[in-house]
Design a protein around this ligand. Structure first.
Ligand code: TPP
Length: 372
């Protein structure tokens, strides 16, 4: 941040909001809110939602009950909430206060390719949707004035947005490194083990750390690293599987991403592609954005898959079970869903694929491989 004002501590923002009657939040995390979300979760004031549209509707419910509801989201999820914004909030005059983190900010430092278009479109999109918006300032006087103006709009039934540039919110204090006690394998080890078992499968890997570890440990042209488009890896894999019935398609999903558009499991169950294997790495958290608990930490994906029409659903809890279970899955027609219980890694994730390859290079070499 170029501004000399120190970053805004989460507790000061929380207090300013509480003083103004805003006490209930819903959202999907962004690392920019890594200090705020745990603070709100401590006393149950934050609902972790599967996607931003659901978070927005939940906040509309808070507002409908009498006190303004607030939503926390990354701008990559803005598209997910356009429908309830335009067809619930606007016609019924239900105001919600949105905090939208600004990835790909054209006035900020360079960001990942998947954030650039939405970064430039964020403020014009809010304007086009007639959402009054302000940039969140870490300066306490400016913060108070902005919150008052935004909440005037919200109380009059209009949704208002505070756009949060990088560096405005203070980061959380570094977590104390406790000795590893979990028996679950880390994403790194699971992805390495999966990579070693791959033959000529086409692989779609979800956004976040899974794609990074796959690129670092088992890069191959048949891997499509789907940075961005959170929650759509399964649908991309479904399109591939239906088009290339002669190739086995693996989708490597995260639990948070799978929850985001879980309706896709029903589509897979209905379409029934025999060549699709859906692997969910379940660490019960959004590790890539700071380790917040996921919206459905109790969801048993394999049960949902079976109930949705997948031919097989199962779970492994240790790496030693992975090979025999995958061989079993490979010996029968799909669709199959395998949950692998994982734990968050203690170390830093490796660089993204796009640090070395442009997205169009990832697409081009994948298409060449898929055509073979
Ligand atoms: C629509 C959308 N909302 C939010 C984000 C921010 N985001 C990036 S990765 C991620 C967490 C993914 O969680 P999960 O699938 O469980 O994988 P993990 O990070 O635990 O490996 C989030 C919330 C995003 N990229 N897109």
């Amino acid at each position: 941040m170029t501004n000399a004002t120190p970053a805004l501590p989460a507790d000061l923002l929380d207090r300013a909001l509480r003083d103004r009657g805003v006490d209930r939040f819903a959202g999907v995390p962004c690392s920019y809110f890594a200090a705020l979300i745990p603070l709100l979760q401590q006393d149950g004031r934050y609902v972790a939602c599967a996607n931003e549209g659901a978070a927005f509707a939940t906040a509309c419910g808070f507002s409908l009950a009498g006190a303004p509801g607030a939503v926390l989201l990354q701008n990559s999820g803005l598209g997910n909430l356009v429908n309830p914004l335009t067809s619930l909030s606007a016609p019924y005059d239900i105001g919600v206060l949105m905090f939208v983190s600004h990835r790909g900010d054209p006035d900020g430092p360079s960001d990942e390719p998947q954030h650039r278009l939405m970064g430039a479109a964020t403020v014009p999109l809010l304007d086009a949707l007639r959402v009054p918006n302000w940039q969140l300032s870490p300066n306490l006087d400016e913060l108070g004035t902005t919150l008052d103006a935004a909440l005037d709009a919200v109380r009059s039934g209009r949704t208002a947005a505070l756009v949060v540039p990088r560096g405005v919110m203070a980061k959380p204090a570094p977590a104390e490194q406790l000795p590893e006690t979990s028996q679950r394998p880390g994403t790194e080890d699971v992805v390495a083990a999966l990579g070693a078992l791959l033959r000529d499968e086409l692989v779609v890997s979800t956004t976040g750390f899974t794609s990074r570890w796959l690129f670092a440990g088992a890069d191959r042209p048949g891997n499509f690293y789907m940075q961005g488009s959170m929650g759509h890896a399964l649908s991309l894999g479904l399109g591939l599987a239906l088009s290339r019935t002669d190739r086995r398609v693996f989708v490597l999903d995260g639990d948070g991403a799978c929850l985001m558009h879980m309706g896709a499991l029903g589509t897979v169950g209905a379409q029934h592609p025999g060549n699709l294997v859906h692997v969910v790495l379940d660490n019960q958290q959004y590790e890539s954005t700071g380790g917040q608990p996921t919206a459905g930490a109790r969801t048993r994906f394999e049960d949902v898959a079976r109930a949705s029409g997948y031919r097989w659903g199962g779970r492994v809890t240790s790496l030693s079970d992975l090979k025999p279970v995958l061989e079993h899955v490979g010996s029968q027609p799909g669709p199959a869903l395998l949950v692998i219980e994982t734990t968050a890694g203690a170390g830093a994730a490796p660089p993204r694929a796009t640090a070395s390859l442009d997205p169009d290079a990832i697409r081009a070499r994948f298409m060449t491989e898929a055509a073979g």
